[in-house]
Design a protein around this ligand. Structure first.
Ligand code: B12
Length: 197
C-alpha cells in the first residue's frame, strides 16, 4: 500500500485530499488514484470484518472516496459525448447497495464513448432484462460485492433471449464461473473478476 492507500484506510481525510493533489501534480492518472484508493478501501473493509472498524467508519471511508471521485471524474472523460462505441446496461444486483465501483465503471465507459444505461443499485433480474430489451445493448455489467447475493436471481437471467453478447461481473467476490453461470449461453460470457481479499 502506498501513502494514499494508508491514509484512506486510516480515514485521515485531510491527508487523503492532500495526497490526491500531490499525486495528480506528479502526473498520476485517474486510474492510478482509483487503484490506490481501492487498496485503502479493501484494507478498511478488512478492519471492519475484524471488528476494529464499525459501520460508521465504513460509511466515512465511502464519503471520502466519493469526494475523491468528484475531483477526478473530469479527468476520466476522454471521448466526446455520443462517440458511438456501443450501448451498455449496468447496475448493482438485488440485495446489494454498493455503487462506488459501479459508478466508476459507468463513468469510464461514458468517458470512452459508450452509451450507458445505469440502473442504480438493488436491481432485480427482470429490470436488467427489461433494460437490455429496451436499449438494445449487447453488453451487461453487473456489480456484486456481497457474497450473499452471489448468483441469487442473477443466474435466472434469460440473457440469451435479451441478446447479450458479453457479460462482466465484478466485485470483491465475483469469479469467471459466476459470469458464466449468469449467462451460460451468451457469446463470450466472461468476468473481470479478481480474487477475494
Ligand atoms: C464502502 C463500503 C461500503 C459502503 C458502500 C457505499 C456505496 N455507496 O457504495 C457502505 C458503508 C454503505 C457499505 C455497506 C455494507 N457493506 Co460494505 N464495503 C465497503 C468497502 C469498504 C469498499 C467498497 C468500495 O467502494 N470500494 C472501492 C471501489 C472503487 O472498488 P470496487 O467496489 O471493488 O469497484 C472496483 C472493481 O470491483 C470494479 N467493479 C465494480 N463494479 C463493477 C461492475 C462491472 C460491470 C465491472 C466490469 C467492474 C466493476 O471496478 C471498480 C474500480 O476498480 C468494501 C471492502 C471491499 N473489500 O470491497 C466493503 C464490503 C464489500 N462490505 C461488506 C459488508 C459486509 C457490508 C454490509 C453488509 C455491512 C453491514 N453489516 O451493514 C453493508 C451491505 C449493505 C448492502 N445491502 O449492500 C463486506 C462484504 C463481505 C462479503 N463477503 O459479503 C466488505 C467486503 C467488507 C468486509 N471485508 O467485510 N459498505
Amino acid at each position: 500500500m502506498n501513502e494514499l492507500s494508508l491514509a484512506l484506510r486510516d480515514l485521515d481525510e485531510k491527508r487523503v485530499y492532500e495526497l490526491v493533489e500531490k499525486e495528480l501534480a506528479a502526473g498520476a492518472s485517474a486510474i492510478d488514484i482509483i487503484n490506490s484508493c481501492n487498496e485503502g478501501m479493501v484494507a478498511a473493509g478488512e478492519l471492519f470484518s475484524q471488528g476494529t472498524y464499525f459501520i460508521s467508519e465504513l460509511i466515512f471511508s465511502a464519503e471520502i472516496l466519493k469526494e475523491i471521485m468528484k475531483r477526478i471524474e473530469p479527468l476520466m472523460q476522454t471521448a466526446p459525448a455520443g462517440a458511438g462505441r456501443g450501448k451498455v446496461v449496468i447496475g448493482t444486483v438485488k440485495g446489494d447497495i454498493h455503487d462506488i465501483g459501479k459508478n466508476i465503471v459507468a463513468t469510464l465507459l461514458r468517458g470512452s464513448g459508450f452509451e450507458v444505461t445505469d440502473l442504480g443499485v438493488d436491481v432485480p433480474a427482470e429490470k436488467f432484462v427489461e433494460a437490455l430489451e429496451q436499449s438494445g445493448a449487447k453488453v451487461l455489467g453487473m456489480s456484486a460485492l456481497l457474497n450473499v447475493v452471489n448468483g441469487s436471481g442473477m443466474a435466472q437471467l434469460p440473457l440469451t433471449a435479451a441478446g447479450v453478447a458479453s457479460t462482466s461481473g465484478r466485485g470483491s467476490l465475483t469469479t469467471p464461473a459466476m459470469a458464466v453461470a449468469v449467462a451460460p449461453t451468451a457469446t463470450g460470457a466472461r468476468s473481470t473478476a479478481r480474487p477475494r481479499r
